[in-house]
Design a binder for this molecule. Structure first.
Ligand code: ADP
Ligand code: RBF
Ligand code: MG
Length: 146
């Protein structure tokens, strides 16, 4: 079942976050500015979602965390996209366009960093399969990405 408010398309410049994604988790996340976060409709609750990301002219699978990262007790809501593609170097200041097409789970707190990493890797595996289903795959061709 697709939750209310999806698909949701968003675009903005990739900004610097806390630098934790790559170093502590081994899973880099491209962070959007506050302006993009503030434009999210209220129908989209915090949580972990999946979809498509366009960067440097190409479209890739992605997973996105929307919320306060309970494990780190962030004070500001963030939108962090892990693009399921290997890049050399960083992507700061580039435009990122995303289409959020499905919901995976709520944000959770974890006892250990290892448990958080394991949960994210499971999200990536689930998203990889789901995005091959036509109901989600079709959004890769949406006019928003043209
Ligand atoms: P920050 O806290 O600044 O967001 P991260 O440690 O989360 O730093 O790393 C994110 C940065 O890594 C992105 O902004 C981008 O420049 C780069 N990066 C490299 N590969 C990826 C990827 N596959 N997905 C997202 N960001 C990536
Ligand atoms: N942080 C949490 O505190 N709880 C979570 O359940 C959680 N799930 C995530 C799922 C995905 C797919 C991604 C990409 C990130 C998730 N995070 C979560 C955010 C993670 O803590 C964050 O990327 C790092 O803090 C780096 O900014
Ligand atoms: Mg990040």
């Amino acid at each position: 079942m697709t939750p209310k408010g999806l698909p949701h398309f968003a675009a903005g410049t990739i900004i610097k976050g806390f630098g934790r994604g790559s170093k502590q988790l081994g899973i880099p996340t491209a962070n959007f500015s506050e302006e993009v976060v503030n434009k999210l409709p209220e129908s989209i609750s915090t949580g972990i979602y999946f979809g498509w990301a366009k960067i440097l002219g190409n479209i890739h699978k992605m997973v996105i965390s929307i919320g306060w990262n309970p494990y780190y007790k962030n004070e500001r809501k963030s939108m962090e996209t892990h693009i399921m593609h290997k890049f050399d170097g960083n992507l700061y200041d580039n435009e990122l366009k995303i289409g959020i097409v499905g919901y995976l789970r709520p944000e959770k707190n974890f006892e250990t960093l290892e448990a958080l990493i394991a949960a994210i890797n499971e999200d990536i595996a689930n998203a990889d399969k789901l995005l091959d289903e036509e109901q989600y795959a079709k959004y890769k061709n949406d006019a928003f990405f043209k």
